[in-house]
Design a protein around this ligand. Structure first.
Ligand code: FAD
Ligand code: NAP
Length: 868
């Protein structure tokens, strides 16, 4: 577009940015019949590849993968010359696409967007540019890039330097000649690592200032591997489709073996293959490198050895070994001769931890250090210091949404989006690869196309339904942020001070920015949102606003992963088995779980139950000096399965965290002995423990009952019976997912009837084995039905969202509270009947166990300390 077109204009869609995202968005808008204009600061298309012209700039995803897929002709017309094309070649590709599709006529170049406001009366955005002309539009798409806002230099004295200064991310178009010059490069991320070897070839002296060493493997660039190309050429459409449903946007079967499950030799071979292959998508040959520190460390050590074998000077080699973050928790680099560069006599590495920069002067850089200050003279300083990533370009525009809400204010504590696509308070504003989407954790080409397609489909839907505006709901957005954080917290990613966490920008909130759940899983979520009639969005039109509030992913990600893995095994339902088989199955499954944490002491014994029965127990003693308060604990298993050892890990965890002795008691099981044997045993065992408190190392009078599931039913009934028969004294009851009633009609039974391990069918099977239908309403079977709940011990009740027993547990908490019993009631979102107790397997329930332990401590008074 020429300068003469730089006048006010009103369009359907304004797109900011003419990189790969903005270009494709423009294509889709045209094809869908929307009028659209693109605003771009640069004087041509290409975005990243327009700006980052530093020597050595290339892509780090094979270019066969890092290509548009939306134009099948283009795939025939363009052939990449190398595995990793150079910046000029990728820029030429962008220009070729712009020419072919005549994109420039709708792009206003040399135009920076400065601010934008939403008008609630007209349902339109007004975009203000540095050219003075405004654009009004119904829809506003930020295609401004994740790595497009250069980091502002934060080194004192930067402005003073009188020599040449260059930034890798805004490199001069005519190139830079370093011949005969003394050059400083600050920064050793991907840009530094790519440019340093080439600058070293020209410069007279090169000094590299390194704050954090990075992981890098050889790119092994060259002609595109024929076999790799053949995979693509066999069926390009199928190849691209596979990429769309993959983890990072490159076709690959995910590994299913742990790095710790193979021999050292096998692992070394696998890592050597990674080193030889030189592809980011294949960096992790084992399935736990991203989540398990020990597994990750095997790769970390392998790369350290490689660096030591390449770099001649052992001290320099050590400085180049990354030790303060796990492998791939920062984006790893692909290099061409990076580590070898430090063997050249005119190249020096400065470790900024040992020698921090005090200031940049007119002529060079001054350092401090334990051996004194040092002043270094330079002709050129190159800043390879990176970007204000993911949010910088978005909040770089002063955006004002509904009711004067500023996006900068709304995101002051970190970006909040729904799906990384939209943000509450900013109707009709879309972000391409925004924070909260896979974006920088993927082959961006795949992620860009997915977002553009989703946005386009949505605009078409809005047009077809006469809608004026779309905006996410508060709930959907908050839960999306939580879901994304939940996944990140299962990984090692947040442990690094990376730009993924905003850690490279002083003062930027520490939030994990991209969505780490994978490209394919994310795509499914976005599609499901649409299929469920734009779940989590409010859509308004002439007939008012329709709010389809809801949460797209409620189950915690570790539980979802476990359930998916179990579904793949195709196990028969327990309720279809004989009791014997079911017990054997439960025992086998339990044995697969990792052992619980160590406690001070474990003692096995027997105690008398009701009706002359002898009951086994296992006692867990904290490592702190005793005596300790006591907890009579009853295991889960529907009165049919399990024994005093089956909740071992949970008992250990409770013992350590609460500082109490946990006595896990077996009780007689159905169908051999039916109701009320189990609960009678519960009272008998609790009475015996109270009577033998001192012998057991406990504090007399400080006894609580606890249990999980049917065991929580035994504990609750024990507390009621103790009240009725006048003892023993019970100071508290801790009930995890308790069975409190025999009614199967509550919503939680209906909503969670299938799919979360404890099914409605299994509960029926349990009840049938345990108790005659006529007896089930007896409060000794259904404690919720007791006439009088007053005077019972204080209770902690934990219920889980995806548990058929949720509502009866909640009802018991409410009924106890109504009867004047002090109740602490924890309702766990996204958890299932079995998840809280899975110590060492699932991590998202850990907070609930901590609260349970705290509740036990509160039953015993403040004197108790944790046993860890
Ligand atoms: P960009 O290409 O960043 O384009 C955004 C455009 O918006 C820019 O042209 C910018 O000028 C414009 N803009 C921003 N704000 C405004 C404003 N206020 N007003 C007007 N215009 C504005 N990803 C990969 O997947 N594989 C790779 O190999 C890879 N290599 C990379 C190498 C480098 C050196 C860098 C920096 C990034 C790399 N990336 C890579 C990420 C890369 O950014 C994306 O792959 C992709 O190019 C992003 O395209 P985009 O259109 O979303 O954003
Ligand atoms: P980067 O990864 O953020 O690296 C910036 C470097 O500058 C880091 O070493 C950083 O140290 C250092 N630094 C920043 N501020 C500093 C200061 N005040 N003093 C000293 N050192 C300082 O940025 P980048 O290299 O431009 O890469 C950003 C991303 O762009 C990459 O992760 C990648 O996604 C993409 N990229 C890809 C390629 C490719 O190969 N295709 C090439 C370039 C970029 P700390 O680590 O200590 O903060």
């Amino acid at each position: 577009m020429s300068e003469s077109t730089n006048t006010d204009v009103d369009v359907d869609v304004v797109i900011v940015g003419a990189g790969f995202a903005g270009m494709y968005q423009l294509v889709r808008m045209r094809r869908a019949g929307f009028s659209a204009v693109v605003l771009e600061t640069a004087d041509d298309v290409g975005g990243t590849w327009y700006w980052n012209r530093y020597p050595g700039a290339r892509c780090d995803i094979l270019t066969v993968d890092y290509s548009y897929s939306w134009d099948p002709e283009l795939e025939q017309e363009w052939t990449w010359s190398e595995r990793y094309a150079t910046q000029p070649e990728i820029l030429r590709y962008a220009q070729f696409v712009a020419d072919k599709h005549d994109l420039r006529r709708d792009i206003r170049f040399n135009t920076r967007v400065e601010s934008a406001e939403w008008n609630d009366d007209t349902n339109r955005w007004t975009i203000h540019t540095d050219k003075g002309a405004d654009v009004t539009a119904k829809f506003y798409v930020m295609a401004t890039g994740c790595l497009s806002m250069p980091k502002v230099p934060d080194i004192e004295g930067t402005d003073r330097f009188q020599g040449e200064v260059y930034f890798t991310n805004t490199w001069p178009h005519d190139g830079v000649d370093f011949t005969g010059k003394r050059v400083a490069v600050i920064g050793t991320g991907s840009s530094g690592i790519q440019s340093i070897p080439i600058i070293a070839e020209q410069a007279d002296q090169l000094t590299v200032f390194q704050r954090t060493p990075n992981f890098s493997i050889p790119a092994r660039n060259g002609p595109i591997d024929e076999q790799r190309l053949a995979e693509y050429r066999k069926d390009p459409a199928a190849y691209r489709e596979e990429a769309r449903h993959s983890g990072i946007g490159v076709p690959r079967t995910p590994p299913d073996v742990s790095a710790l499950a193979v021999s050292d030799e096998e692992r070394r071979d696998a890592y050597e293959a990674v080193w030889q292959r030189g592809e980011l998508a294949f960096l992790q040959p084992y399935n736990d490198m991203g989540i398990n520190a020990e597994a990750n460390d095997t790769m970390r050590r392998f790369i350290h050895d490689k660096i030591r074998s390449i770099v001649d000077d052992p001290e320099v080699a050590e400085l180049l070994c990354p030790t303060n973050h796990y492998f791939a928790t920062k984006r790893p680099c692909l290099d061409t001769g990076y580590f070898q560069t430090f063997n050249l006599p005119h190249v020096r590495l400065v470790d900024l931890h040992a020698h921090p920069i005090t200031t940049i002067t007119e002529t060079g850089i001054e350092l401090s250090g334990k051996d004194g200050d040092e002043s270094m003279e330079f002709d050129v300083i190159v800043f390879a210091t990176g970007f204000d990533a993911m949010t910088g370009a978005i909040v770089g525009v002063d955006i004002t949404g509904r009711d004067g809400l500023s996006l900068r204010d709304a995101w002051a504590h970190g970006p909040e989006t729904y799906l990384g696509l939209m943000s509450v308070g900013f109707p009709n504003l879309f972000m391409i690869t925004g924070p909260g989407s896979p974006s920088v954790l993927s082959n961006m080409m795949v992620s860009i196309e997915q977002h553009v397609d989703w946005i386009t489909d949505t605009l078409e839907h809005l047009r077809a339904t006469n809608a004026e505006a779309i905006e996410p709901t508060e709930l959907a957005q908050a839960k999306w942020v939580q879901h994304s954080n939940d996944i990140a917290n299962l990984t090692l990613l947040p442990t690094a001070n990376s730009w993924y966490m905003g850690a490279n920008i002083p003062g930027k909130p520490s939030v994990f920015l991209p969505y780490p759940g994978g490209v394919g899983a994310y795509r499914e979520i976005c599609d499901e949102v649409v299929d469920r009639d734009y779940l989590g969005f409010a859509i308004s039109g002439p007939n008012g606003t329709r709010v389809n509030d809801g949460i797209i992913r409620q189950l915690k990600p570790d539980i979802a992963g476990l359930l998916a893995a179990m579904a793949e095994l195709g196990l028969p339902p327990i309720e279809s088995m004989s009791v014997e088989d079911a017990r054997a199955f439960a025992e086998e499954s339990g044995a697969m779980n990792p052992p619980g944490p160590d406690v001070g002491e474990v003692v096995d014994g027997t105690l008398p139950g009701a009706d002359g029965a002898e009951l086994e127990y296992r006692l867990y003693r904290p490592s702190t000096p005793g005596p300790h308060p006591l907890v009579a604990y009853f295991h889960g298993g529907g009165w049919v399965l399990g024994d005093h050892t089956s909740d071992d890990a949970l008992c250990r965890d409770l013992c350590n965290q609460s500082g109490a002795v946990i006595v896990s008691v077996d009780y007689r099981h159905a169908p051999e002995t039916r109701f009320p044997a189990a609960v009678d045993d519960g009272l008998a065992a609790t009475t015996w423990i109270a009577d033998h408190a001192e012998e057991l190392g406990g504090i007399p009078g400080q006894l609580a009952v606890a249990g999980w599931s049917a065991g929580a039913n035994v504990a609750a009934v024990t507390a009621q019976q103790a009240k009725l028969v006048g003892g023993p004294t019970i100071v508290g009851q801790m009930l995890l997912n308790p069975v409190t009633d025999c009614d199967f009609t509550r919503p939680s039974y209906i909503d969670n009837a299938e799919g979360y391990i404890l099914t409605e069918g299994l509960m029926e099977w349990f009840w049938d084995h345990y108790c005659d239908p006529d007896d089930r309403t007896d409060p000794k079977a259904s404690p919720l039905r007791a006439d009088d709940l007053s005077g019972l011990p204080p209770a902690m009740i934990v219920t889980c969202q995806f548990d058929p027993l949720r509502d009866e547990g909640d009802a018991y908490a409410d009924a106890l509270a109504a009867a004047g019993v002090p109740v602490r009631h924890l309702q766990c979102e996204g958890q299932t009947h079995t998840s809280i107790g899975m110590v060492g397997v699932l991590v998202t329930g850990a907070y609930a166990r901590a609260e349970m332990a705290e509740a036990l401590q509160s039953f015993f008074g403040a004197s108790v300390t944790s046993g860890v």
